[in-house]
Design a protein around this ligand. Structure first.
Ligand SMILES: NC(=O)c1ccc[n+]([C@@H]2O[C@H](COP(=O)([O-])OP(=O)(O)OC[C@H]3O[C@@H](n4cnc5c(N)ncnc54)[C@H](OP(=O)(O)O)[C@@H]3O)[C@@H](O)[C@H]2O)c1
Length: 424
C-alpha cells in the first residue's frame, strides 16, 4: 500500500466535494488501487467559513490561508480548485518547479498558460465536461485515429435551448437557469460561446495536436434563437443544440481542421438531441472504433469531484516524462466561409405570389439548392410579414451568405435573413 499526500487549493463548490469523497472513498481506493490517499492541507481565503458537503463537515484543522503551509505539508500532489487565472497559475508553477504533480479543473489556466498545459505532470480531466471523463477517454482509452469530437460542453446554453423546446422564450429560459443555479449572475461567457470555445480548443490540442486559440475559431452564441426557430426546426425533424466541434476535413486535397462553436440543428433522433437540461455530452469518432457517445453531468461538486479523484489516482500511479508538443494552427484551420454544411434559413417576407420564386432565384444564382420549404400562417392583410423557413442542400457557407445578402436586397424580404448550420 502506497501512501499519497494531497494538498488542495480552494474548498468551494468542487473542493469541498473532493475532500468529502476522498474521505468516503478512502477504503475503496485502498482496495482497488493500493493507494492510501491522505488530505494534508487545504488553502482557502476565509478559514472561519463553515464548509459542508452533503452533511460532511470539512475538518477545520486542515484549512490554512498560507500557501507556504501547503508546501510545508510535503504533498505528492496538489489539487488546484481556486479557478482564477493569476493566483492559480502562480501556485501551479510553484508546485511544478518543486516536482509536485498538479491536478486542476481550471480551463482558464490551460487556455492561457502553455507551459502548464504542456507539462506532462498536470492532470486536468475535469476542465472539460465536469464529471464526464471526456479527456481521460480521448487520452487513455482511444488509441485510434480520432477524426472528430463534437460536444455539448456548456450546461447553461443546453438548459436554455432544451427549456425553449417546452415553449418558453430565450429570456424566460435564461431567468429560470439563473434561478436554479445553472447560470452565473453574468452568464455572457456561456451564452456567447466563450466557455465552450475554450473547452473545444483544449480538446483540439489533445486530439489533433494543434494548439488552436479560442479567438481563432468561429464562435456564435444562442441569444438570437427564437421560439419560431425551435418550432420549425422540430417540424423539419431537428432540435437546436449549441455544439462545439473539432473535426478533420479534407480541403482541396489537404487535411485541415474545422473548429467552431455554434448553435446547430441536430437530427431529433440523434444522441445529441437527447441531451436535455444542463447535461453535457461528447461524440468521439475514430477510424476503427466508430462512434462513441458520452453523456452526463458537466458541472456540480459531486460529479466533478469524481473526475478530480480519477486524476489524483492516475497522477499517483504514473509519472509522465515527455512534454505535450502541439503545432501552431498556421494554415491548418478552415475558414468558416469554406465550411460545407446544410443550412436552415428563416426569412420574413411579404405574403405575395412570386416571393418564393425570387428567393429561389437568389439561392440558385449563388450555388445553393433548396431541399425543403415551410411557410405557416398567412398575414391578416396581404402586405403583412410572414416567415418562411428553408432547409438547403449542402453548400459552402460563403455561398449561403452571398445568397442571403442578395435576398436581403429584395423588396419582398422584410428583415435581415437568419441562418443556422445543420450538424451532420
Ligand atoms: N463548479 C463546478 O461545477 C465546476 C465544474 C467543472 C470545473 N470547475 C472548475 O473548478 C474550479 C473550482 O470551481 P468552484 O466552483 O469550486 O469555485 P468556487 O466555489 O468559487 O471555489 C473557489 C475556492 O477557492 C478559494 N480561493 C479563491 N481565491 C483564493 C486565493 N487567492 N487564495 C486561496 N484560496 C482562494 C475560495 O476560498 P473561500 O471559500 O475562502 O472564499 C474557494 O474555496 C474552477 O476552475 C472551475 O472552473 C467547476
Amino acid at each position: 500500500m502506497r501512501s499519497v499526500n494531497i494538498a488542495i487549493l480552494g474548498c468551494g463548490n468542487v473542493g469541498k466535494y473532493v475532500v468529502k469523497n476522498l474521505f468516503e472513498l478512502r477504503n475503496f481506493i485502498k482496495e482497488k488501487f493500493s493507494l492510501d490517499i491522505n488530505v494534508k492541507k487545504i488553502l482557502v481565503r476565509d478559514k472561519q467559513k463553515e464548509r459542508i458537503a452533503e452533511g460532511f463537515k470539512i475538518p477545520q484543522h486542515l484549512l490554512t490561508t498560507h500557501f507556504s503551509e501547503i508546501i510545508d505539508s510535503s504533498p505528492d500532489i496538489v489539487v488546484e480548485l481556486i479557478g482564477d487565472l493569476e493566483n492559480s497559475r502562480t501556485y501551479i508553477r510553484e508546485c511544478l518547479n518543486r516536482g509536485i504533480k498538479v491536478v486542476t479543473a481550471n480551463k482558464l489556466v490551460l487556455t492561457f498558460d502553455d507551459e502548464i498545459f504542456q507539462n506532462p505532470n498536470v492532470f486536468f480531466d475535469a476542465s472539460v465536461g465536469g464529471g464526464i471523463p471526456i479527456i481521460r477517454t480521448i487520452i487513455n482509452s482511444v488509441p485510434d485515429d480520432i477524426y472528430e469530437i463534437t460536444g455539448i460542453l456548456n450546461g447553461t446554453t443546453n438548459f436554455i435551448l432544451s427549456y425553449m423546446e417546452e415553449g418558453k422564450d430565450f429570456q424566460e429560459s435564461l431567468e429560470l437557469a439563473k434561478k436554479l443555479g445553472y447560470a452565473e449572475p453574468d452568464p455572457s461567457f456561456d451564452i456567447n460561446g466563450t466557455d465552450a470555445a475554450q473547452k473545444i480548443c483544449i480538446l483540439s490540442a489533445l486530439v489533433f495536436g494543434v494548439r488552436v486559440r479560442p479567438n481563432e475559431i468561429l464562435k456564435e452564441g444562442i441569444s438570437f434563437i427564437t421560439k419560431l426557430d425551435i418550432d420549425f426546426a422540430r417540424e423539419f425533424g431537428y432540435s437546436i443544440r449549441s455544439i462545439a466541434i473539432s473535426r478533420k476535413k479534407n480541403y482541396e486535397g489537404e487535411e485541415k481542421l474545422e473548429v467552431a462553436v455554434y448553435p446547430a440543428l441536430v437530427p431529433s433522433d440523434s444522441p445529441l438531441a437527447q441531451v436535455k437540461g444542463n447535461l453535457n455530452a461528447a461524440v468521439i469518432k475514430g477510424k476503427r472504433i466508430g462512434e462513441l457517445f458520452l453523456k452526463g453531468e458537466g458541472a456540480g461538486g459531486n460529479p466533478t469531484s469524481i473526475s478530480i479523484i480519477a486524476d489524483i489516482i492516475e497522477a499517483s500511479l504514473t509519472y509522465r516524462e515527455s512534454k505535450k508538443e502541439f503545432l501552431a494552427p498556421n494554415d491548418k484551420l478552415i475558414h468558416h466561409d469554406m465550411m460545407v454544411s446544410k443550412f436552415y434559413v428563416r426569412l420574413s417576407v411579404v405574403d405575395n405570389p412570386g416571393v418564393l420564386a425570387k428567393i429561389a432565384d437568389s439561392f440558385g444564382k449563388n450555388n445553393v439548392s433548396i431541399e425543403s420549404v415551410l411557410q405557416k400562417g398567412r398575414g391578416i392583410t396581404i402586405s403583412e410579414p410572414v416567415p418562411i423557413f428553408i432547409i438547403t442542400h449542402e453548400c459552402l457557407e460563403r455561398d449561403i451568405k452571398r445568397a442571403l445578402e442578395e435576398c436581403s436586397r429584395l423588396d419582398v424580404v422584410l428583415q435581415t435573413p437568419f441562418y443556422l448550420r445543420i450538424y451532420q
